[in-house]
Design a protein around this ligand. Structure first.
Ligand code: R1P
Ligand code: URA
Length: 288
């Protein structure tokens, strides 16, 4: 089947619509970061950089570290952007851009998010790292795709009952990380967590500046949720979308979080750049 021009949008130079990348521009190991400035913060550790491209908030560097080819791409904020990034990265490896047909041989990518996050348990230290073993998505992205039973519906049901989740919001969906890729980052200093992915930074994460979130008690409900001793640990804005798209498209994904805020104690990191740097260095050491 040939994908139509409005379905698979290829720019004049043969690159994919938003990411502005050619199939040969990306490695099979891809680090995603929210902030476009963090792309350089990662690639400055590479020995060589062969690709530097960008469009909108999607900036990509591909290079080599100790002989291993790695790409780093900025996604901007939110799972709406993740829908674009993951689908276009997948298209670059699994669709033939000349024939516009799906390739017979599937290529699986290793996708590692290096992002910042806010903890919701008081014992999670500022500037510590956390690996999202599970994610719960409040964004609804999974529901827009046909999918196998990749989500943990029992945890979802208990979460909905515990929080009194409003039916006006999307049904939360729970997914796991790739155990295989996650094992690469296993370290007794790094907590495995259950990450909540939110559709915003303020109201959706119960922050009140001038307008009041509709369910102020939700933060307490999130932090007191417990399913077979699994507690929710932290909030951010991309992980559930990455886990959803990666699993549906046949890729491995893991989300690494640098805890900059603690919503329970009210603290925020005084050294955010240095802390993210340390997570980048840890990640690159494990990859190459
Ligand atoms: O630091 P990044 O990777 O952007 O991740 C976190 O920071 C942003 C909000 O400040 C959201 O994207 C959230 O997921
Ligand atoms: O509190 C926080 C910190 C970083 N990113 C978020 O989404 N929330």
């Amino acid at each position: 089947m040939q994908l139509k021009p409005a379905e698979l949008i290829i720019n004049e130079d043969g690159s994919i619509y938003h990411l502005n990348l050619l199939p040969e521009d990306i490695a099979t190991t891809i680090i995603t970061v929210g902030d476009p400035d963090r792309v350089h913060q990662v690639s400055r550790h590479f020995d060589t950089i062969e690709v530097r491209k960008g469009k909108r908030e999607f900036h990509t560097h591909t290079g080599r570290l100790n002989g291993k080819r790695i790409s780093v791409i900025s996604t901007g904020i939110g799972t709406d952007n993740i829908d674009i990034v993951l689908n276009e990265l997948d298209a670059l490896v699994n669709i033939d851009f000349d024939t516009r047909a799906l390739k017979e041989k599937h290529t699986s990518l290793n996708i590692i998010r290096i992002g910042t996050s806010g903890a919701i348990q008081p014992d999670i230290p500022i500037d510590s790292f956390l690996i999202s073993k599970y994610s719960i998505g409040f964004d609804g992205l999974l529901h827009f795709y046909e999918h196998d039973e990749i989500n943990h519906s029992k945890i979802e049901d208990e979460f909905i009952a515990h929080t009194g989740w409003s039916s006006e919001k999307a049904r939360p969906y729970v997914l796991s990380y790739s155990e295989k890729l996650g094992a690469l980052f296993s370290d007794n200093r790094i907590r495995l967590g259950f990450t909540a992915t939110n559709t915003g930074f303020y109201g959706p994460q119960q922050r009140q500046l001038r307008i009041k979130p509709s369910q102020m008690e939700l933060m307490e409900k999130l932090s007191s949720f417990n399913y077979n001793d699994i507690q929710l640990t932290n909030l951010e804005m991309e992980t559930s979308g990455i886990y959803a798209l990666a699993q549906m498209l046949g890729h491995q994904a893991v989300s690494l979080n640098c805890i900059l805020a603690n919503r329970s104690t009210g603290e925020f990191s005084t050294t955010p750049t240095e802390s993210v740097d340390k997570l980048i260095e840890f990640c690159l050491k494990r990859l190459a």
